[in-house]
Design a protein around this ligand. Sequence first.
Ligand code: ADP
Ligand code: ZN
Length: 437
Amino acid sequence: MDFSERIGERFKLMNRDEIRAWQSERLAITVKQAAKSPWYKAKFAEMGLNPEDIKSCDDIKKLPLTTKEDLRLSYPDKMLAVDKSEIVRLHTSSGTTGKPTAIFHTAQDIQNWAELMARSINLSGATDKDVLQNMSGYGMFTGGLGIHFGGERLGMMMIPAGPGNTPRHLMLIRDFGVTAIHATPSYAMHVADEMISNGEDPKALGLKYAFLGAEPYTEAMRLRLQELYGFKVYNSYGLSEMNGPGVAMECTYQNGMHIWEDSYIVEVINPETLEDVPEGEIGELVLTPIRRMGMPIIRYRTRDLTRIIPGKCECGLEHRRLARFVGRSDDMLIVRGVNIFPSRIEQVLMAEEWLGGNYVLHLTREDGKMDVMTIRVELAKDAMSGSVDVLKNRKAELGRKIKDAAGFTAIIELVEPGSLPVSMGKAKRVIDERDIF
Ligand code: ADP
Ligand code: ZN
């Protein structure tokens, strides 16, 4: 297989007209395929929808939305649209917000996913000459095998290191000429913090590319990581229900993630009214995979909040770009009547050089009435050696910045470097104990 085939070049280079024509063709096929599954067969019948009536993208609003709850109800296999003998792999989601969902793939589905992933990795400029160490969990989590097959498809040497064990990660990176890593941003930050605590410089690792995703993070976090390691951070988005990583990835302009519209039809809706929001406005991302045949999912409500960046990217690709995710709709906190995403706080913390990279937001309710947010954040290693007065002033100043950003006063607790829990996968940033009272 030549390079252009490995990365699906003909799909990558499609212009808007080609994308649209292809999407129409594929949507019609996908809907007919979905109708073979018990779930959609029943759903279409109940709505009086004839799959033959879906002829182009213009018909998409005739189709039902599918929620995470639907996936849970259809568990384990009511959305399966082929005979089980055609299935070669099962994945489940991480289960961050409840029972995991199960996704089946045919051999062709796996091929297509690997192609998307190879294309995504290559957007950064990384090639078959690069060595990619995957720090994601191998197993049901799609960040393991998903990235792995993509890297191999590109022809890279893959190191399936898996999560945890920082000293081993560092040894592999140094001994085998690793140039790229895939990890969660929180884990990449942890590795840097640990190196710095040991008097080591992450820059000396010589890494060039970091594909970071699986959890929301801010631009401030990206900048900090780039500065610490000297590599470029590419935001990477995916979810198990849509295969996994390889749904959207940043190019070298690092200005939003190109979502592969040859494989996913994109809608951004208002989660209340379910109507499209105007292009460029934030809403819930709804995706329809149009190249997956084993288990098609129609108009999947991801619960992830983002917006389409209007206009064409300087790199010339015509697949549109998604802006950095604000978070999931479920992540939004209501603190003293104020709606806030944890990322708003992170943005403030990560801009402070004297703070480390790990933090936790702890919510409690005072006397059953008042919400209290305690921000526990690690100090940077050097910050410990300064005078107590300097630290006190910095803390007071930080309190004011948080108040400006959040709209309420939070308690700030500065803790020693390395003292907060580290997650091997997705970071758990919020501990909400308000329901106990
Ligand atoms: P779960 O939904 O149980 O966590 P997954 O492992 O499939 O299972 O995770 C997919 C989710 O991870 C996405 O729906 C999204 O909320 C989050 N995610 C993935 N990549 C990013 C990213 N680059 N930025 C923000 N959130 C992300
Ligand atoms: Zn681009």
